[in-house]
Design a protein around this ligand. Structure first.
Ligand SMILES: C[S@@+](CC[C@H](N)C(=O)[O-])C[C@H]1O[C@@H](n2cnc3c(N)ncnc32)[C@H](O)[C@@H]1O
Length: 304
């Protein structure tokens, strides 16, 4: 083969690859792309509306590929050939189990132990302060995902109290996604997941299960309760007063009116000196009538 022929072949190949990848990623209105399942722009809009109505999640218009790959698994499992047929099936409303799996498929559950670590010394100091005057401490972690966040809170609670004189501690761990919540309740993590837990706390609060698993000890589990709670729903099975709410890295998926509605329901649940913890890229300035920033994405109730 001559050098010239080789070049031609390569450029032909490149052109072919470009053409294929355009066919896969192009997404003009009304256009069907070359994929296993038919997925039109109108289907994507339907998914956006449904997940917004069910979970408050605002999916950006750039998430078509994500939606396709996450829901394609559901279509395969249900033996559906097109997104339109799958969405029709959902909207008939007879398959509640599928609704749950639809929502579970579209949540983003990224988390880790002691994520945004600056919050934990703030929580510990707050707990030590209030433990002198309260015999019951209640905390809610309302987007607990697979549990790394609530177990980090539970370790901080257990460490903050004087042994023998500790108040009763209760930690409600909730999430909308039933699958991640089941993982949280199991409380078993791989060595890779627990690598961010300081060695002293790991040895004290977890026990090794086989080669690559660590499970939370009863000392932590005993203070934790797990429940599926959709922050969008009218009823939350949560009783106050709460000493802290962890609501980190979930508000970012909601639009501003939804955020405000949720914040206005948090405020009366919190003790007057209770703390609200937000995620690093979230701020609750839109609710300055309800919450006052203490810096470092920690809030307290606004004084009237
Ligand atoms: C990115 S994770 C954040 C996990 C943890 N809070 C952290 O900061 O590491 C967002 C979590 O919010 C949950 N979520 C999304 N919409 C929700 C809703 N409407 N009600 C309750 N939880 C929701 C998701 O299922 C997911 O587990």
């Amino acid at each position: 083969m001559t050098e010239e022929k080789k070049t031609t072949t390569l450029s032909e190949r490149l052109a072919a690859i470009r053409k294929t990848s355009n066919a896969i990623s192009a997404f003009a209105p009304g256009m069907t792309v070359a994929r296993e399942f038919e997925f039109k722009a109108a289907d994507f809009e339907r998914v956006r509306k449904l997940i917004h109505a069910r979970a408050g999640i605002s999916l950006s218009p750039t998430k078509q590929d994500m939606v396709y790959s996450r829901l394609a698994r559901r279509l395969r499992a249900k033996g559906m050939k097109t997104f339109a047929a799958y969405l029709d099936h959902l909207e008939k409303g007879l398959d509640t189990g599928e609704w749950e799996l639809f929502v579970n498929s579209l949540t983003t559950n990224l988390t880790s132990f002691f994520r945004e670590p600056h919050h934990f010394p703030i929580l510990a100091a707050h707990l030590r302060k209030i433990a002198t005057r309260r015999r019951q401490i209640n905390i809610w972690c309302c987007a607990a995902s697979t549990g790394e966040e609530p177990y980090s809170i539970a370790m901080t609670m257990a460490d903050a109290f004087v042994p023998g004189n500790a108040p009763q501690a209760s930690l409600l761990c909730s999430d909308l996604d039933t699958q991640v919540l089941a993982t949280a309740e199991r409380g078993v993590y791989t060595a890779e997941r627990v690598a961010r837990v300081p060695p002293g706390q790991l040895q004290h609060y977890f026990q090794k299960e086989g080669d690559d698993a660590w499970s939370a000890k009863p000392e932590l589990r005993r203070m934790m309760r797990f429940a599926r709670i959709n922050l969008l729903e009218a009823h939350w099975p949560v009783s106050g007063p709460l000493d802290a709410i962890f609501c980190r890295n979930v508000m970012i998926y909601f639009d501003k009116p939804t955020q405000y509605r949720i914040l206005s329901r948090f405020a009366p649940l919190l003790q007057p000196d209770g703390l609200l913890f937000a995620g690093h890229s979230e701020n609750f300035l839109l609710a300055s009538d309800l919450f006052h920033s203490l810096g470092k994405t920690v809030y307290e109730r606004a004084r009237k």
